[in-house]
Design a protein around this ligand. Structure first.
Ligand SMILES: *[C@@H]1O[C@H](CO)[C@@H](O)[C@H](O)[C@H]1NC(C)=O
Length: 481
């Protein structure tokens, strides 16, 4: 009896220990800012802390924004946009200035815990047609050299986030994984450099895109609940995430760097803008992902902890929808910092829910809709199209959350979208006399009519400055061409 009890408590102890170990897998998240109404960075940093994020990845390095991460201990990956790669590759002094102004200036006691500098973002996407192929590697080497020279090169590493399309497998079996043939030599040089420098390989893996881009893709393979399987020698893969990850592991073996650590720089599931992009699927995906992460099992050929940065924090209403209408709906939080779905990020049944952003202020509870007297259908369509060309109407598209609205409801949605993005300005609800402001929320069960949030002057200024700064760097780029 006693022995059984001792064994049972030993088992409990083991279980507890496993939980503790699982808890050390530090979850990261991407904080993008392609939005008309950015939340104040102070609120965002509190949100990161409240939800237990230990790592954050940025796409830029706006010093004002980065400053709010000081003293939090949160590990930070700064980003260098692709349009700055030319500048940083052509002259080492530029990289030195960059590191001085955007990195080392934040360090020191109580400063920002910068761990990585992401040089470029998915620079070898085939849609870029090789535009960054010549500059990104020299830029990365310059940044690392500048970090080394500043005495922080051991602690802060230059990395290069890649899209999973930099590797492939002709047979679809992970064990045939190799780097893409048009950039293979370059990728081999890059991974050997990373290996020598003790830096990780950063890759973005999107099972949603596998499903979205290929109508024949078996839908259950995008999730983690079994079903479709791929047999590779004596290993069976039940989800595309692990199959994709291991394809990379084999590509790294093939390049002579079998042990190069891998960070998943982006992973997530969008919640609107397409029939497969909805909250139910997102929940299914994340539940499975967190289960896999908590198990600490790793993948068949790379056992152990998997490090990921979720994509992303918020919905971003000014992102390009060239990849698809879902592109503005990747947030685990809505544009205003409210959680979209229940999530147990611990993955071990702790039933933790996401904590909403605190202190977000909204514009008044009022909406712009199509007036009931409006009848001229051509004019309505014309105004709807105009409103959508200047605001976000991705929720109206086929299969999206507002696609089942009546035509009048669709016009109202578009009008409101434009009205809110323009901070409810009086003249933003005109639409040639077709618009009217209402105080009753026109939302339906599935389709949410938003009221926008207030943006304070400092956030607005930094944001506008950011836009101007990227505009200037674009001008510089064009001058160089
Ligand atoms: C620092 O980063 C910002 C934002 O990306 C950029 O505009 C600026 O040029 C960088 N500073 C230097 C000295 O390169």
């Amino acid at each position: 009896m006693a022995a059984t009890w001792a064994m049972a408590s030993a088992l409990i102890l083991v279980a507890a220990a496993v939980n503790v170990v699982a808890g050390t897998n530090e979850l990261g998240v991407n904080w993008g800012t392609m939005t008309s109404h950015p939340i104040h960075p102070k609120i965002v940093v509190q949100l990161l802390k409240d939800n237990g994020f230990k790592k954050v990845k940025l796409f830029d390095s706006d010093p004002w924004m980065v400053g709010f991460l000081a003293g939090t201990g949160i590990k930070v990956m700064l980003g260098i946009p692709n349009d700055q790669l030319g500048f940083l590759s052509e002259d080492y002094e530029n990289a030195k200035d960059w590191v001085q102004e955007n990195c080392t200036a934040h360090l020191g006691n109580g400063g920002v815990n910068i761990k990585y500098i992401a040089v470029g973002n998915e620079p070898f996407l085939t849609s870029y047609k090789g535009r960054f192929t010549k500059t990104v590697f020299p830029a990365m080497k310059n940044i690392q050299q500048a970090l080394n020279e500043a005495g922080v090169g051991k602690k802060i590493k230059a990395v290069m986030p890649h899209n999973a399309d930099v590797y492939e497998s002709k047979s679809d079996k992970p064990s045939d994984g190799v780097f893409r043939s048009d950039i293979r030599d370059l990728m081999h040089q890059i991974v050997r450099y990373l290996n020598d420098n003790n830096s990780p390989f950063v890759v973005n893996i999107y099972p949603f895109l596998s499903l979205y881009l290929n109508s024949k893709f078996p839908s259950d393979f995008a999730f983690f609940d079994g079903g479709h399987a791929v047999q590779d020698k004596n290993v069976q893969y039940n989800n595309v995430f692990e199959a994709n990850f291991d394809t990379l592991v084999y590509a790294l073996k093939n390049a002579g760097t079998p042990d190069l650590p891998i960070l998943v720089g982006e992973i997530g599931w969008p919640t609107d803008g397409h029939k497969d992009a909805n909250k139910a699927n997102a929940k299914k995906f994340y539940d499975g992902l967190f289960r896999v992460l908590a198990s600490d099992k790793g993948t068949p050929v790379r056992p152990g902890e998997i490090q990921v940065y979720l994509f992303g924090l918020f919905d971003e209403d000014t992102k390009s929808i060239e990849p698809g209408n879902f592109e503005r709906h990747w947030g685990i939080f809505d544009f205003d910092g409210k959680p979209k779905i229940e999530m147990d990020m611990s993955g071990n049944g702790a039933h933790k829910e996401l904590v909403a952003a605190k202190g977000v202020k909204y514009l008044p509870k009022q909406w712009c809709v199509l007036a009931s007297y409006a009848t001229d259908q051509d004019l309505i369509n014309d105004q709807l199209g105009w409103a959508c060309s200047k605001s976000d109407c991705t929720a109206l598209q086929d299969g999206a959350s507002c696609s089942s609205l009546e035509p009048k409801g669709k016009a109202s949605y578009a009008f409101n979208s434009y009205y809110q993005v323009n901070d409810q300005a009086e003249d933003a609800c005109d639409f040639k006399g077709l618009g009217t402001v209402v105080k009753r929320n026109p939302s339906t069960k599935s389709c949410k009519f938003n009221t926008q949030i207030e943006v304070d002057a400092a956030t607005r200024l930094s944001f506008v400055y950011g836009v101007i700064a990227s505009f200037i760097s674009l001008v510089t780029l064009f001058n160089l061409l």
